[in-house]
Write a protein that binds this ligand. Structure first.
Ligand SMILES: Nc1ncnc2c1ncn2[C@@H]1O[C@H](COP(=O)(O)OP(=O)(O)OP(=O)(O)O)[C@@H](O)[C@H]1O
Ligand SMILES: [Mg+2]
Length: 365
């Protein structure tokens, strides 16, 4: 006997799931034969269009969901549980179930299942936990190095003035790295909290890039490199916040100097009137290109994660915190811009920032 039909014929369906069609959470009812007797739109999207009338099995839902539904149907109260749906992509749901008893002679009991997607929240919790553990780890290594040197200076190197100088220099570098780490964390937290407020102002990119090249001149000379800014004949102006954009280009050009080949040229290309697919507003772009080892394609999507470095040792030896590109990503997002990374192994690496264009203000005549 088709239970759904009999329930429908008796007109005793526990509810009409269509009233929950506007809900983002899947809601469905299952009868004693494990047949899905009704489902809202979210449940149909989740279980498949033919879910209503189907028998709940372990291909439709996971084994643990099936077992829980059976237990509740048998009368064991399990008000709430957390379940995993492994495919097509792993998702975590909070599952609420309750059993409605059969109405006297009219029909059997059934269970109503409500699923609430917790995947994003669980992922955010995991990211927060990873972040705290990463920060602690990043702080611990300069601190233990400082403590080690303090001990050595008190003990074996007490009267060795040459060693003292050398150790103090290392201690200074470590302390500076920790200061940089804290400053980068503060920048990141400020940019994140302001991300919903659109930056006001106009920035002449040519002038801003020249300013950044000047700030970085000592580092450029130290590696016998040159920065060449290929400006357009007319001013290229972006909508944005000058201080934040200085930070973006300082981090990107800084990376090009750190990871570029010694003695090579870092090219900076400015372009305007770019229309990205699907966007109406014209963009301006700045590309920073350096010659060097390049970045393997599989590493590129992870570069903007906090503390992610392709070569940890190399980044650390240059005093890197691993937060530079995470800051770039957030500032670019704050500007409603777009960051593109392309690299050819053994040849060159190109970071391009696309920003909303602004009208150039004409000088008063
Ligand atoms: N132009 C580049 N060429 C090759 N690798 C790069 C380039 N830019 C970034 N990377 C890689 O991406 C990683 C992350 O860069 P990011 O700027 O976030 O951190 P960092 O340079 O290590 O430290 P800091 O936060 O102090 O800048 C680097 O460690 C490096 O491995
Ligand atoms: Mg960097």
């Amino acid at each position: 006997m088709n239970t759904r039909k009999s329930i429908l014929a008796d007109g005793i369906l526990p509810f009409d799931a269509r009233i929950f069609d506007g809900l983002p959470d899947p809601v469905f009812a299952v009868d004693l034969d494990l047949q899905v007797v009704d489902a809202n739109q979210a449940a149909k999207n989740f279980l498949g269009d033919n879910a209503v009338g189907a028998i709940l099995n372990d291909t439709l839902v996971s084994k643990s969901v099936l077992e829980t539904v059976k237990m509740v149907l048998d009368g064991t109260p399990i008000p709430r549980s957390e379940v995993e749906f492994p495919s097509p992509i792993s998702r975590t749901f909070e599952m609420n179930l309750w059993r409605l008893p059969g109405l006297k002679s009219k029909g059997p009991a059934w269970v109503i299942v409500v699923l609430h997607d917790m995947t994003a929240m669980r992922r955010a919790e995991q990211m927060r936990a990873d972040f705290v553990s990463n920060v602690s780890h990043e702080m611990r290594s300069p601190l233990s190095s400082l403590l080690g040197f303090i001990e050595t200076l008190r003990g074996p190197a007490r009267d060795d003035s040459e060693a003292r100088e050398r150790f103090l220099r290392i201690m200074e570098d470590e302390a500076k790295r920790m200061t940089r780490l804290i400053n980068d964390l503060l920048t990141l937290s400020k940019v994140e909290s302001d991300e919903h407020i659109l930056p006001e102002g106009k920035v002449n990119l040519g002038d801003l890039l020249t300013q950044v090249a000047n700030i970085l001149s000592v580092r450029t000379e130290a590696r016998n490199m040159k920065i060449m800014i290929e400006k357009l004949p007319e001013p290229t102006v972006a909508k944005g916040n000058a201080d934040e954009l200085v930070q973006v280009f300082q981090n990107l050009i800084g990376n090009a100097i750190s990871y570029g080949r010694e003695g090579s040229i870092v090219r900076v290309e400015v372009a305007k009137n770019i229309v990205l697919p699907g966007a109406k507003e014209p963009r301006v772009s700045v590309a920073i290109i350096n010659q060097g080892d390049g970045i393997p394609a599989e590493e590129i999507p992870r570069l903007t994660e906090r503390f992610y470095r392709v070569d940890k040792g190399r980044s650390r030896s240059m005093g890197g915190t691993g937060l530079g590109l995470a800051i770039v990503k957030h500032i670019v997002a704050h500007h409603r811009g777009y960051l593109e990374i392309k690299s050819t192994l053994g040849k060159d690496t190109r970071f391009t920032v696309y920003l909303p264009a602004a009208e150039a203000t004409r000088p008063a005549s």
